[in-house]
Design a protein around this ligand. Structure first.
Ligand SMILES: Nc1ncnc2c1ncn2[C@@H]1O[C@H](COP(=O)(O)OP(=O)(O)O)[C@@H](O)[C@H]1O
Ligand SMILES: Cc1ncc(COP(=O)(O)O)c(N)n1
Ligand SMILES: [Mg+2]
Length: 546
């Protein structure tokens, strides 16, 4: 009988196992021999040394609206490049209107979370936010004694900006007696500082100083009294105290409704900077600058219907051009001797832009502008990068004329624009609040517009006839006087100014006139340093006379 053979089974498609695939992609991993726990932790330790990741642990409350609390802390640390673990002390039902409910986490469970993180995860800095009960403050102090960290940042959150209570009066004593003595810095806002000191009234900067001093006596190494909620203040002023000296940290007050979470963010940024190795003052300065920039970039965002919206911590992801501001806070006195380069003149005298800038700084220039109208972009950018380094190492701000792209690419301190260049408000949008913007103005109306647009200073001229700018009407002393009197911004005089006439300009003693900007008198000469030095002494003599 002929047997009927079954058809051959189809070949199974060849699929490598997951283990095989893993072996292929990571040949160093052997699936058979797993390393001993000791070897594993040695390997981890080596890896940790090779790639340290600054680590902040926030011990705080959850904000369901995600503008403040734990959520703000995690975003702030992420924005500054630190890892942020979180121990949750309370869950709040919260939005842009206010706090609708608070549910505290049981003390034992706060303790368990602390143990989990601190026993395993090499935390650098602990930052505290909402601690809703005295028991939770005590649990935290015990954990910190058991697992010490490099620094402790205490934001004594008591009342939300919406006015809702987040931590009652029963915690005050424990804060003062147990937590503050362990803290590196304590960062109360004015309302919290007042509560901590028995409801003293805090209305002025001098009151903030006294409060900082009194809180310092409770044991922390540094105190920052925050003035974000100070009424009637055009600047956002915080007072820093290190036990000896008071420092007033002034920032722009950004006009926005989106200030929910500023306090949490500031403290987390301080913690992140400390974790990265900064000194306390630098950490506080960087944190303040970050809050200012984030508020500025979020000022028009809308989420929710209440009076206080969140802001965007990750604004730099949206504005890839944006770089954190330079180290310079604009000081109008920097306009005193303003050196403006000119590529034609440098070529004529056979020097590079870099050498011209070095020489001007050596002679005492107080600010430098690269005005390279006909340079090739690539060559100009390279020179600008070197000039940024030269200027930064001497503490002299460097501005770029007109070329916002070059200023961004070399991270210059700012830009100077003319009336036909990009409008100053657009420049501000691109550069952010940390950079210096100057605008050339010939009339009071232009000066007013520059102020409205968010410029830092104006250049006014030509005061005398000049060869560096074609078709440039001369304003004379009268024109300069009119603009200086009308301007709300500091003014630097420009146009045909040299060793012979600079003294007479400063002797006018005009309001807002901070200095002179000079091109040919410095750079169309053989020795730039000598010319700068002699112009500086002429200006100093003129100022002492006027
Ligand atoms: N509108 C604003 N513009 C710029 N900075 C602000 C503004 N509001 C608050 N700040 C800053 O934010 C930080 C947090 O301050 P503050 O709002 O007083 O704290 P809290 O949120 O605890 O009340 C401080 O550095 C303060 O100067
Ligand atoms: C959970 C929690 N923690 C802290 C704050 C303080 O917020 P602000 O920084 O606006 O005062 C808050 N509103 N909610
Ligand atoms: Mg606030």
């Amino acid at each position: 009988m002929a047997s009927v053979q079954p058809p051959p089974a189809p070949l199974a498609p060849h699929r490598p196992s997951i283990a095989a695939a893993l072996r292929f992609y990571s040949p160093a991993v052997s699936p058979r021999v797993s390393p001993s726990p000791a070897a594993r932790s040695r390997r981890l330790a080596v890896a940790a040394r090779a790639m340290p990741w600054p680590h902040v642990l926030t011990v705080a409350g959850s904000d369901s609206g995600a503008g403040a609390g734990i959520q703000a802390d995690i975003k702030a640390c992420a924005a500054l490049g630190a890892y942020c673990s979180s121990v949750i002390t309370a869950v709040t039902a919260q939005n842009t209107v206010g706090v609708q409910g608070v549910h505290a986490v049981p003390e034992e469970f706060v303790g368990e979370q602390l143990r989990s993180v601190l026993s395993d995860m090499s935390v650098d800095v602990v930052k505290t936010g909402m601690l809703p009960s005295a028991g939770i403050v005590k649990v935290l102090c015990e954990s910190l004694r058991k697992f010490p960290v490099k620094a402790l940042v205490v934001d004594p959150v008591m009342v939300s900006t919406s006015g809702d209570t987040l931590s009652g009066p029963s915690t005050l004593t424990t804060y003062r007696d147990e937590l503050f003595p362990m803290a590196d810095i304590v960062t109360p806002n004015v309302k919290e500082a007042s509560k901590l000191l028995g409801d003293v009234s805090l209305q002025t900067i001098s009151d903030m100083r006294s409060a900082a001093e009194s809180i310092y006596k409770l044991g922390p190494k540094y105190v920052l009294v925050k003035g974000g909620d100070m009424p009637d203040s055009t600047d956002a002023i915080d007072v820093f105290f290190d036990g000896k000296e008071f420092i007033e940290l002034r920032g722009l007050r950004i006009k926005t409704r989106n200030t929910h979470g500023t306090g949490c963010t500031l403290a987390s940024c301080i913690a992140a900077e400390l974790a990265k190795g900064a000194s306390m003052l630098h950490a506080v300065e960087a944190a303040k600058k970050f809050v200012e920039s984030a508020l500025y970039h979020s000022k028009d965002l809308v989420i929710g219907n209440g009076p206080q919206g969140p802001f965007d911590h990750l604004f730099s992801l949206k504005s890839p051009l944006y770089k954190m501001g330079s180290l310079h806070k604009f000081n109008p006195d920097d306009l005193f001797l303003y050196a403006v380069t000119d590529s034609g003149m440098n070529k004529k005298w056979g020097r590079s832009i870099e050498d011209a800038v070095k020489a001007a700084i050596e002679g005492g220039a107080t600010i430098v502008q690269l005005r390279e109208k006909d340079a090739e972009t690539r060559e100009f950018l390279e020179a600008a990068k070197t000039c940024v380094e030269i200027c930064r190492s001497s503490g002299v701000p460097l501005l770029i004329n007109d070329r916002i792209d070059v200023a961004l690419a070399c991270n210059a301190d700012g830009v100077h624009v003319g009336q036909s260049d990009m409008p100053a408000w657009e420049v501000r949008e691109l550069l952010g609040p940390g950079k210096i913007i100057g605008v050339s103005c010939k009339t009071p109306a232009q000066a007013e517009q520059a102020w409205k647009d968010g410029a830092d200073y104006i250049g006014c001229g030509g005061v005398f006839p000049t060869t560096t700018k074609a078709n440039n009407p001369t304003l004379g002393f009268e024109g300069l006087r009119t603009v200086c009197f009308a301007s709300k911004l500091p003014v630097v005089a420009i146009g045909g100014i040299n060793a012979r006439n600079a003294g007479s300009v400063m002797e006018l003693g005009l309001p807002n006139l901070k200095g002179v900007a000079v091109v040919s008198a410095l750079f169309d000469r053989e020795c730039v340093a000598t010319e700068t030095r002699s112009l500086r002494s002429i200006l100093m003599n003129a100022c002492s006379r006027s």
